[in-house]
Design a protein around this ligand. Structure first.
Ligand code: FPP
Ligand code: MG
Length: 445
């Protein structure tokens, strides 16, 4: 990251983020980050994955347990995207946030602390003891209700599929990090991956994707109907796991994320900010794009960071800071994603490059280029559907500063993410979160 603030005012999704006071604060944060780089502090930042390596090692196995179904085809399709190693960025952030907020002040409001999934309350370890008692796998309804398929069947009370609805491999070890991350926070990390994977199953159908993570996409392997149903199944299992955290606020947050993902996808499909045949660039174009980006990508990261702090019993300031970190990091992440679609090859990405234009989507690099070249309006209006539209758009964007401005905006958001957690006590986990912001900007795929 650099200390040079973006020469243009950043585009923000909320009025509170666009004040000049914030602009000044961002400049201060950017300076802090720059100085850290200069002082080689950043070079010593821990590798984020190493700090939660044990949790991450069990992630895929636990996800597969949560997705078990006795219906062989469903079992196979639901677990399909857990086979290929994804980045697991969302669980990684939740786990790091859990560790980073362990060291933060705790809420004195015991209403915040719920039954099974609460964090460390005033009594500290009391919460952990209660969580141990109830556990994150404990159903609330009778097994005969949860597993019922047909009242006339004799084996009422057993899973119709012969496999438990959810089963969670016990977490071995009693290391320092185990004390810092609650079972409910580990489960939350898994839930974020389930929701994300569900959205990818649906997204690949909508985008007619042929590949994901270097392998055939689920829709191309099993067909659209199966892929959509598998995504729904993942959401169902995520909801069960979420309910068993027994924290209404956390359920509200993650359920809102699911709605937000759909809203974001709708905004992307509709593009009403530029819906006419030959739209002109207008000041609504970028805010619309950023709102879509928040809903589609940053909502899951921001609200799960918030949920992680809530589960840990953190005080209000910490909960808000965790949320802001996730929001800004999520926006930076998607901006970089949209930039890489322009700058990387299919081989480097593990999925087709230039896919956005092919899908008729105008993302940040093009929107910035359009601001200074009105010729793009016609192409945007017809979603690059005429022969030659895509190559014309590519030429105009590559000759513009659109890609650089996208990178710069992503960097602004990453800096704001770092600034959001500046009051957290200095721990390895906090440094790893800063490192995540750095890596988000530097990533190549
Ligand atoms: C990837 O976008 C897709 C998302 C981040 C969210 C998609 C959301 C939906 C399809 C709504 C349904 C949601 C649920 C929870 C079932 P991308 O196409 O830009 O990225 P890609 O290149 O990885 O495909
Ligand atoms: Mg897609």
């Amino acid at each position: 990251m650099t200390n040079k603030p973006s020469s243009r005012a950043p585009y923000h999704t909320t009025p509170s983020l666009s004040s000049s006071a914030l602009g000044a604060a961002v400049a201060v944060a950017q300076n802090m980050v720059h100085n850290a780089v200069k002082d080689k502090v950043i070079k010593q930042l821990p590798e984020p994955l190493q700090l939660v390596a044990k949790e991450m090692k069990f992630l895929t196995g636990n996800l597969r347990n949560l997705l078990g179904s006795g219906h062989p085809s469903l079992d196979r399709i639901a677990k399909y995207y857990t086979k290929s190693e994804g980045k697991h960025m969302r669980p990684l952030i939740v786990l790091l946030m859990s560790r980073a907020t362990f060291a933060c002040p705790k809420s004195s409001n015991s209403d915040n602390i719920t039954t099974a999934a609460h964090g460390r309350d005033r009594g500290g370890m009391m919460a952990r003891e209660r969580e141990k008692e109830l556990g994150v796998d404990q159903p609330m309804s009778m097994p005969s209700i949860l597993n019922d398929v047909n009242p006339n069947l004799l084996n009422v009370g057993q899973s119709p599929t012969g496999s438990p609805l959810t089963s969670f491999a016990p977490f071995p070890g009693e290391g320092k990090e185990d004390r810092e991350i609650l079972p409910s926070q580990r489960r939350l990390a898994e839930i974020t991956e389930l929701i994300h994977t569900a959205s990818l199953l649906h997204d690949d159908v909508i985008d007619h994707a042929s590949a994901r993570r270097g392998s055939p996409s689920a829709n191309s392997e099993f067909g659209n109907k199966m892929a959509v149903l598998a995504g729904d199944f993942l959401l169902g299992r995520a909801s069960v796991a979420l309910a068993r955290l027994r924290n209404a606020e956390v359920i509200e947050l993650l359920a809102t994320v699911i709605a937000n993902l759909v809203e974001g996808e709708f905004m992307q499909l509709k593009n009403t900010a530029m819906g006419e045949e030959n739209p002109g660039w207008n000041k609504e174009v970028l805010p619309y794009y950023l709102q879509k980006t928040y809903l589609k990508t940053a909502s899951l990261i921001s609200k799960s960071c918030r949920a992680s702090a809530l589960l840990g019993g953190a005080d209000q300031g910490t909960v808000d800071a965790a949320y802001l970190y996730g929001k800004n990091l999520g926006l930076a992440f998607q901006l970089v994603d949209d930039m890489l679609d322009w700058t990387r090859s299919e081989k480097e990405l593990g999925k087709p490059a230039g896919a956005d234009l092919e899908l008729g989507l105008a993302t940040a690099p093009l929107l910035f280029a359009w601001e200074s070249n009105s010729d793009l309006g016609t192409l945007v209006g017809r979603r690059f559907s005429e022969p030659g539209d895509i190559s014309t758009a590519q030429t105009i964007v590559r000759q513009s500063d659109g890609i650089e401005r996208t990178r710069q905006l992503a960097e602004d958001y990453a800096n704001q993410a770092v600034m959001a957690i500046s009051d957290f006590p200095d721990t390895e986990a906090k440094s790893a979160l800063i490192s995540m912001a750095e890596k988000t900007i530097k990533r190549k795929k």
